[in-house]
Write a protein that binds this ligand. Sequence first.
Ligand SMILES: NC(=O)C1=CN([C@@H]2O[C@H](COP(=O)(O)OP(=O)(O)OC[C@H]3O[C@@H](n4cnc5c(N)ncnc54)[C@H](OP(=O)(O)O)[C@@H]3O)[C@@H](O)[C@H]2O)C=CC1
Ligand SMILES: Nc1nc(=O)c2c([nH]1)NC[C@@H]1CN(c3ccc(C(=O)N[C@@H](CCC(=O)O)C(=O)O)cc3)C=[N+]21
Length: 296
Amino acid sequence: MSEARIIDGKAFAEGLRARVGEAVAGLVRAHGLTPGLAVVLVGEDPASQVYVRNKAKQTREAGMHSVEHRLSADTSEADLLALVRALNADPAIHGILVQLPLPAQIRAETVIQTIDPAKDVDGFHVVNAGLLATGQEALVPCTPLGCLMLARDTLGDLSGLEAVVVGRSNIVGKPMAQLLLKESCTVTVAHSRTRDLPAVCRRADLLIAAVGRPNMVKADWIKPGATVIDVGINRVDAGEGKTRLTGDVDFEDAKAVAGAITPVPGGVGPMTIACLLRNTVVAACRQRRLTPPETL
Ligand SMILES: NC(=O)C1=CN([C@@H]2O[C@H](COP(=O)(O)OP(=O)(O)OC[C@H]3O[C@@H](n4cnc5c(N)ncnc54)[C@H](OP(=O)(O)O)[C@@H]3O)[C@@H](O)[C@H]2O)C=CC1
Ligand SMILES: Nc1nc(=O)c2c([nH]1)NC[C@@H]1CN(c3ccc(C(=O)N[C@@H](CCC(=O)O)C(=O)O)cc3)C=[N+]21
């Protein structure tokens, strides 16, 4: 059998960001509406700083208003909640993202539930999770939404496919399963207590790995020809004091068996940021009672 097709998330994300840029230009022209995104970073986690910088740059490149709030690692929960409430009330801000994880003195759940659901462009608020779970119009978490876009671009109609999601977090695994169920896949959600994980994964026509364990998924876990979407972003030692990123799938091993596979980096990661910009435009439109462009 031939080697897997490599799914180019970086290129797809560039296309999506270009469509976001066109949508923004249209909203500015027709309605004087410039979508605005506020990103809040508490503490100095170097990886988070890279993501926040990339988000701000790409937000401005799409013609949107971008605000960054960097708070010290010892910020109190009360101070962060006060900032979130101010952003909720700010008419120039249509999307709010509080970078996770947060320092130990701050309850992440409390912060997320304080964000106005209409501005919750991460889609983490219980209102958005509930709307998604009941098949209603929601703001959908960016990473699963990006995975779905890549899966649809690769496979077309997903209806009737066996989908296996490894991981059940509120930010990736669970919303991913909801989205695939909405696409009429037969969905299995696996996790750390799943018995015989390799056999469960081998059932999948569409396998989504969102675990956080470098190179866990091996070639013999994959049904020949399956589509494999690797969400994992793991920083591993590359020798000589350097590090590199690797996914949850053993890419070199898996690409001999899979039909199509996303690389890390250059797969799901860039889609997450592009979907964040997309969600900000959608949120801005809904806040102004406008219909979001269908190209998004
Ligand atoms: N590309 C992107 O944009 C993003 C990438 N990520 C990456 O995706 C990965 C997952 O993130 P996230 O969902 O936040 O992680 P969490 O740690 O919140 O969840 C991990 C899930 O994997 C399960 N798990 C852990 N070990 C095993 C195992 N040995 N076998 C089977 N299941 C296991 C856990 O099961 P249990 O519930 O039983 O503990 C849990 O449900 C990480 O690498 C993260 O860096 C995350 C967000 C965005
Ligand atoms: N409230 C919140 N929302 C998030 O969406 C969120 C978060 N907190 N905390 C951290 C995780 C992780 N995350 C990534 C975003 C982009 C890349 C990305 O662009 N990755 C590039 C590589 C970047 C690099 O080289 O470091 C790639 O995979 O090609 C990765 C990971 C969003 N997250």
